[in-house]
Design a protein around this ligand. Structure first.
Ligand code: HEM
Length: 449
């Protein structure tokens, strides 16, 4: 017996024992169809991987970080004169970077890991949006996902203040002013965020939220998200034909691959690559700490949030956009995303068949990217209504025209292809909502339209 055979058999035996004793196959880490061996099917797993790395690096940072605004007596491990008035939160961050072995690598990988987690979450979100994975029966998976997105952004927001730099302090205050304008929720959030109204109260609340409350919420929602995913199975490739989609599920159910060792190793491989990349980037470009809150030399510091909130900051720079309006628009966006499964009611998942929602989603993505770049280039610079109309208007119009042309071009050719194969397009007729699906040629099923 070769070593590989022996190794695989032993691993399978151990896993079989665990699976048997926990009835795991019924509720978690279930076998998945063969077609899922592509990274695009595991974008959510990559976010989980990023979250786990944040938990580990965050727990290590907790060993040294002090959530206090009191001027430090230890002077950040430097000669006393240097930073004797700097707040302890900033000093402990300075200490991590300059005095803790591998501290700079640890802090930088926590920061870049947060960026990567948020970026991957957006990839996961937009993939789901374009491929219509939110359609029945996955509506609740989508809604829980939306709540996960809000909490993940909340992690970024609360973590930003913790190094207690003037830059992060200013930006957090702007964010809090906006959050307090939220209808109904704002007045409730006020005392929760501001505590006793002192800066120590604010830092303590942000710290509690960042290291305990939001991670607990994330873990609970993640459990629900993954449980829902396991109960419905992975969404099949997008298609124009709901009948074909059902067939696909039936066919793939029979060719599923066990979680252990195949899927486990597949995800572990990507997970290790991710950890290596983040550590590599953190080692090559370590984060440098901006100056502390209260440093008189920092009076002219520009107020700027992390990249994922730049779009909102830029939005407030538009002339006539008040905080109430900005928060109103954000609320509308959240409600749109949350209830999307109930707005896009057609049974077809292929982007080709959903021009309105593809136009809305693409415009949203472009708006987000444009505002982020704009916010990074000109933070705090007021933008006049004419400049807004000239920049954003053509974007939405051109996107609309491009989507309409694609819709016209590809739907027609798709219909022609189906007609040539002697298969009428289900969309041309009323859809069979229940009952046995009509026979579909095997080649049709595997073409994964
Ligand atoms: C912290 C953020 C999130 C995490 C950790 C996460 C995790 C996951 C995981 C592990 C899966 C299983 C399939 C896969 O690996 O892709 C999944 C599927 C899914 N997620 Fe998320 N997710 C997050 C955010 C979101 C968001 C923001 C949405 C949408 C609003 C969303 C909607 C969905 C849906 C609909 C599925 C089922 C997709 C399918 O069956 O192919 N998730 N998610």
């Amino acid at each position: 017996m070769t070593f590989t055979n022996w190794y695989n058999r032993t691993l399978n035996k151990i896993w079989g024992f665990v699976e048997d004793r926990t009835s795991m196959k019924k509720w978690a880490l279930r076998p998945q169809p063969e077609f899922t061996f592509k990274p695009s099917y595991w974008t959510g797993a990559f976010v989980v991987n990023a979250f786990l790395m944040q938990v580990v690096t965050g727990a290590l940072l907790l060993l040294y970080y002090q959530p206090s605004t009191a001027p430090t007596l230890t002077a950040c491990g430097q000669p006393l004169a240097t930073y004797s008035v700097a707040p302890a939160a900033w000093c402990s961050t300075y200490y991590i970077i300059h005095s803790v072995p591998l501290g700079s690598l640890l802090l930088s990988s926590h920061l870049y890991g947060a960026y990567a987690m948020i970026f991957l979450m957006f990839v996961h979100f937009f993939r789901g949006y374009y491929l219509g994975v939110y359609k029945a029966p996955r509506e609740f998976s989508w809604m829980v996902g939306t709540l996960l997105m809000i909490l993940t952004l909340g992690m970024g927001f609360t973590g930003y203040l913790l190094p207690y730099t003037q830059l992060s302090y200013n930006a957090t205050n702007v964010g809090i002013v906006l959050a307090l304008r939220l209808p109904t929720v704002g007045p409730i959030l006020g005392p929760l965020i501001l505590a006793d109204g002192t800066s120590q109260g604010l830092l303590s609340r942000m710290f509690d939220a960042h290291v305990l409350l939001i991670p607990l919420g994330l873990a609970a929602l993640l459990y629900a998200h993954i449980a829902l995913f396991e109960s419905h199975g992975i969404a099949p490739p997008a298609t124009s034909d709901p009948v074909q989609r059902r067939r696909f599920n039936e066919k793939e159910d029979k060719s599923s691959v066990p979680f252990m060792p195949h899927i486990f190793w597949y995800i572990t491989k990507w997970g290790l690559l991710y950890v290596g990349l983040i550590l590599g980037i953190a080692a090559l470009w370590p984060w440098s700490l901006p100056t502390y809150v209260g440093n008189v030399a920092a009076a002219g510091v520009v107020t700027e949030p992390d990249w994922y909130f730049l779009w909102l900051f830029k939005f407030v720079d538009f002339q006539g956009v008040t905080p109430v309006l900005a928060i109103g628009v954000t609320t509308v966006l959240i409600v749109y995303v949350l209830f999307l499964p109930f707005l896009d009611r057609s049974k077809r998942t292929h982007p080709r068949d959903r021009p309105l929602f593809i136009w809305l989603g693409t415009s949203l993505l472009e708006f987000f990217v444009l505002m982020t770049v704009w916010g990074g280039e000109t933070p705090g610079v007021q933008i006049l209504p004419m400049a807004v109309a000239e920049t954003v208007g053509p974007l939405f119009v051109v996107t609309g025209i491009v989507v309409a042309l694609f819709y016209w071009r590809y739907r027609r050719s798709y219909l022609r292809r189906l007609a040539a194969r002697g298969m009428p397009f289900a969309g041309a007729y009323p859809l069979p909502s229940t009952g046995t699906p009509a026979p579909v040629a095997a080649s049709e099923v595997s073409s994964r339209e």
